[in-house]
Design a protein around this ligand. Structure first.
Ligand SMILES: [Zn+2]
Length: 335
């Protein structure tokens, strides 16, 4: 992961002298402090901070100067930092809202969204899961701290490597893969029906057969029966002979179908993992019914971590979050 975050502290007594007038194009350099005003904020520590109202000596306009870690937004910079961090960890905006809400920090998912967009603008290339080794460095201590058995992630390759390298089982997000597969099947089916591409002929597969296979895949991806892996393998083998087109040439239909079946065949155990997994007390992952949490990167622990929409053991999560936030803790976050 390329992003480093250092969560800004909120220092209620520390103010920076204004250097510029808040009015656009005003060149004023001298400002008089006029009064102290109170401002309600959403923060981990403070409900309210003081701000200074300054007046510009040149144009007479007034503006506020906020203490360190607070700006004109209602949410403190460190809470925004936590929100960004959780989002990078894989929580959906709604899930971030829920988790922070359970910690007593009221922040809406729209604010989370805005904070993430803002951070992404500041850090070009910010994307979770790009670099498996860095991802592992970041995740492994968290996995250990959480005593996690199962990593729940989207389909990014980096996560597969982390779960394999750390000996964790992995559940790939069902709705993610379902959506992707549906879209791909629809696109490929449409292409078969309309295109002059003869790649299927070349490997001896009729268009009817290909359409049947794609339709079957679409069914399977939603029923997710573990034993269907053998069927996927057989379907993959039908297309295995498709060759990669030469450099710079577009991938043809047969080669794309081959890759699709190969990928889903390999992915299958991770996609259907939840069907058979039980912890030592035979507690299954039944909260998978709840799609809202499927974008979660972490974690189902030995304890059933999520219990139908609610954090069953919130202190485990609080522990994780506070460890992450300590300057010398697991992770140093620099925003
Ligand atoms: Zn001014």
């Amino acid at each position: 992961m390329r992003l480093k975050l250092l969560l800004p502290d909120v220092k209620i007594g520390e103010f920076r002298q204004p250097k510029k007038c808040s009015r656009r194009n005003c060149t004023g350099m001298i400002f008089y402090p006029r009064q102290i005003v109170q401002k309600k904020i959403v923060d981990t520590q403070y409900e309210e901070v003081s701000a200074w109202r300054y007046e510009c000596a040149k144009c007479g306009c007034t503006f506020r100067v906020y203490p360190e870690g607070v700006n004109n937004q209602q949410i403190s910079l460190r809470v925004l930092g936590i929100a960004v961090m959780l989002s990078i960890l894989g929580l959906s905006y709604g899930a971030v809202e829920l988790v922070l809400g359970s910690l007593g920090i009221g922040i809406g998912k729209t604010s989370v969204y805005r904070a993430v967009q803002f951070a992404a603008k500041k850090v070009p290339g910010m994307k979770a899961g790009e670099d498996a080794d860095q991802l592992k460095t970041w995740l492994e201590p968290i996995l250990d701290a959480m005593d996690a058995d199962v990593l729940v992630t989207d389909d990014a390759d980096g996560f597969k490597k982390v779960s394999d390298d750390t000996g964790r089982s992995q559940q790939v997000c069902k709705s993610h893969v379902g959506r992707n597969t549906d879209a791909l099947v629809d696109e490929l089916s449409a292409r078969i029906a309309t295109t002059q591409d003869h790649s299927l002929e070349t490997i001896g597969v009729t268009t009817e057969q290909a359409l049947r296979d794609l339709g079957k895949l679409k069914e399977m991806i939603h029923s997710r029966i573990p034993e269907d892996q053998a069927l996927l393998e057989a379907m993959y083998l039908r297309y295995a002979k498709a060759r990669k087109p030469g450099k710079g040439k577009k991938h043809d239909v047969a080669y794309r179908i081959r890759n699709l079946f190969m990928d889903r065949w390999n992915l299958w155990p991770r996609l259907t993992f939840y069907r058979t997994w039980k912890d030592e007390r035979f507690v299954g992952i039944d909260c998978f019914r709840n799609n809202r949490f499927l974008s979660l990167l972490i974690l189902f622990t030995n304890y059933q971590f999520w219990n139908d929409h609610t954090l069953a053991r919130p202190w485990r999560f609080i522990d994780l979050v506070t460890r992450c936030l300590k300057p010398d803790g697991l992770t140093r976050l620099v925003l």
